[in-house]
Design a protein around this ligand. Structure first.
Ligand SMILES: Nc1nc2c(ncn2[C@@H]2O[C@H](COP(=O)(O)OP(=O)(O)OP(=O)(O)O)[C@@H](O)[C@H]2O)c(=O)[nH]1
Ligand SMILES: [Zn+2]
Length: 337
């Protein structure tokens, strides 16, 4: 780390600011404890964060319809959309979040400084959308799959625009079969005719999902149909936040009329283009997992090492050569960046 030289005056100013911040946080905490103790808040109840704006959150009470604008207890940090929380209702219609529940998983994105920050939590599935047009490179699908596998959230492949598919199904059909045989669920959709989203509705029901995918594949078109009502999308938010429309980059959780929850934000849609390390990439190819660690050399990089279990599996036809080539390409691209 580079040592920055601060003048005495600068140092003094920073210390003063920090002391002031600490004092304010302490005061806030003391006031809240007083209010909580004085019974100014109702009993603890479960809820889920559906949007957040700094230290202010919209919480949907469990089993409830209308979100409650809440603030955070002073000692709570880092809550994100999708978090399960314990909160207490205040007397003025707002509330206070007092605890965060355990997370099943969390989706992270790099902030402008390149540091990973959580953006959403408790997601049941990542829907990787691709389309007949623009034609997907298998490599791109693999990239998304690897990124999804690294989060621990199960991915689902969604092939959109099947109205543009040739009758024979073509090469895409073959590609899909390959992913299906690896164990990935595949759903096909089209927004061009009625009923084109039936299979997708079934897949979404009862789960919390996010949509990711390359530009132009039809994410907005799909989401527009899943949340048909603009009012519904905005209506998922409490009164106050409607004014704060500038905060459009925050992830939001929506309830779909057809069933299930959707968490969406521009940042989430771009997910998959984040940095991964070589080991994450190898583990992201699910059929490689049982082979990893079986190479002759413990530090095998699966290039041309003798006794490489992966290369052997490709030669034996147990691992598809395209998937292995894709793995190589992703690893090579890490070295360039
Ligand atoms: N033929 C056909 N076109 C579709 C279908 N779904 C979407 N489109 C068209 O594909 C284009 C891109 O759709 P969008 O919904 O904007 O795609 P997107 O993934 O949200 O793209 P970005 O906003 O750039 O990330 C639009 O012209 C849509 O009308 C479909 O099922 N069939
Ligand atoms: Zn190897």
């Amino acid at each position: 780390m580079s040592k920055r030289k601060l003048s005495r005056q600068q140092r003094w100013r920073i210390e003063k600011i920090q002391a002031e911040r600490a004092r304010r946080a302490e005061k806030r905490g003391a006031k809240e404890s007083e209010q909580l103790a004085a019974g100014e808040y109702g009993p603890e109840q479960p809820g889920r964060v559906i949007a957040h704006f700094g230290r202010t959150l919209d919480v949907l009470p469990e089993g409830g319809e209308a979100p409650v604008r809440c603030h955070l207890r002073a000692n709570l940090e880092g809550l994100v959309t999708g978090d399960r929380v314990i909160w207490r209702a205040g007397q003025d219609g707002s509330g206070v979040v007092v605890a965060r529940g355990e997370r099943d998983n969390v989706l992270e994105r790099p902030d402008p400084r390149g540091q990973l920050k959580p953006v959403a939590a408790n997601i049941d599935q990542i829907l990787i959308v691709f389309a007949v047009e623009p034609e997907p490179h298998a490599n791109l699908i693999d990239r998304y799959l690897v990124a999804a596998e690294a989060t621990g959230i199960p991915p689902v492949l969604v092939l959109n625009k099947i109205d543009l598919l040739p009758d024979s199904g073509g090469a895409l059909r073959e590609l899909l079969d390959r992913y299906e045989s690896l164990g990935y669920p595949v759903v096909t959709t089209t927004t061009a005719r009625d009923g084109g989203l039936d299979a997708l509705h079934r897949r979404l029901a009862g789960r919390t999902s996010v949509f990711v995918g390359q530009s132009g594949v039809g994410k907005s078109s799909l989401i527009d149909r899943l949340l048909p009502d603009e009012e519904l999308r905005i209506g998922a938010l409490s009164e106050d936040s409607r004014k704060g429309r500038h905060t459009t980059t925050t992830a939001r959780l929506y309830h779909m009329p057809s069933g299930g929850e959707l968490i969406d934000s521009p940042g989430i849609r771009e997910f998959g283009l984040t940095h991964l390390d070589e080991d994450q990439v190898a583990r992201g190819f699910i059929e490689f997992r049982e082979l990893l660690g079986r190479c002759r050399f413990r530090d095998c990089r699966h290039r041309q090492e003798p006794g490489c279990a992966l290369i052997h599996a490709v030669e034996a036809g147990e691992v598809h050569a395209d998937r292995f080539a894709s793995y190589r390409r992703i690893v090579d691209s890490l070295e360039d960046s």
